[in-house]
Design a protein around this ligand. Structure first.
Ligand SMILES: [Zn+2]
Length: 272
């Protein structure tokens, strides 16, 4: 049985970090994978030489298409909102996604879910991962859209907070690690392990994931300091595999069973 999964993200490159392996695996298994971003990511950081060549949103849209191709996505849509920027550096854009009318945005996503007859929708956890206002909004808009469209399975793409904090505590003081990686900042980020329902093994799809991450070249650049994508892409193979070889989800309404599910379609397969 082939299913359709719609993966909803705030900005181009979020799909590569949180869900790339899952999407590549679903596409390889014959399912339809649709990627939707709320914004083209115009408030992201990038080096000034890159910014001088082309508007950032335009460049990031091209990068998104390249990433989607690497993952085997059948369709890519952008809802066309403006990137709001981080909470401490808001972009001030008029059509900022974080300020958008939630019901209206959810209606637009719901229309797409209905058109695609989506079986599964991926959104973010209620914390918006690390708290970006657009990510928090993506959680609420996605959850509401699934209600409106009657989408059966909603997966909050997240990260197991415990190992993440362990890694950050071990590396945050190293000279090339950005100051934003302070462990205290992540104390309430993503999900506590007790809430998780899925730990998806994507070790067989790390080449796809790496290609998707590498497609977002602008997000590996900045005038000062190292960027998360650049750091992750520079990791040696075995470390990359250890850190990025699994992807985590909380399926809304599904009790967290142990062992964690490995298949994002398992709830649908269990109840046809
Ligand atoms: Zn983002």
């Amino acid at each position: 049985m082939a299913y359709t999964v719609v993966s909803f993200h705030a900005h181009p490159d979020d799909e590569a970090l949180l869900t790339a392996g899952t999407l590549a695996r679903a596409a390889a298994e014959g399912h339809r994978v649709v990627l939707v971003v709320a914004t083209a990511g115009g408030a992201g950081l990038a080096s000034s030489t890159m910014l001088a060549e082309q508007p950032l949103a335009q460049r990031r849209h091209t990068e998104l298409l390249r990433s989607a191709e690497a993952l085997g996505c059948a369709r890519v849509e952008c809802l066309g909102y403006q990137d709001s920027g981080m909470a401490d550096a808001r972009s001030g854009a008029l059509e900022a996604f974080a300020d958008a009318d939630r019901e209206h945005a959810a209606g637009r996503l719901a229309a797409l879910l209905k058109q695609e007859r989506a079986d599964v929708l991926t959104v973010y956890d209620p914390a918006g991962g690390y708290g970006h206002p657009d990510h928090v909004q993506a959680h609420h808009v996605g959850v509401r859209a699934a209600q409106l469209a009657g989408t059966r399975v909603v997966l909050e793409a997240t990260v197991d907070r415990r190992p993440l904090l362990r890694i950050l505590r071990a590396v945050w003081w190293l000279p090339h690690v950005p100051s934003g990686f302070r462990p205290a900042r992540f104390a309430t980020a993503f999900a506590e392990p007790e809430r998780l329902t899925h730990r998806v093994d994507v070790r067989g799809f790390l080449a796809h994931k790496r290609a998707a991450m590498a497609a977002h070249a602008s997000q590996a650049t900045a005038d000062t300091g190292a960027r998360t994508l650049a750091i992750l892409l520079s990791l040696p193979g075995p470390v990359f595999r250890a850190i990025l070889g699994h992807e985590w989800y909380v399926e809304r309404g599904r009790p967290p069973t142990r062992p964690l599910a490995d298949d994002i379609f398992s709830s649908i397969r269990d109840q046809p």
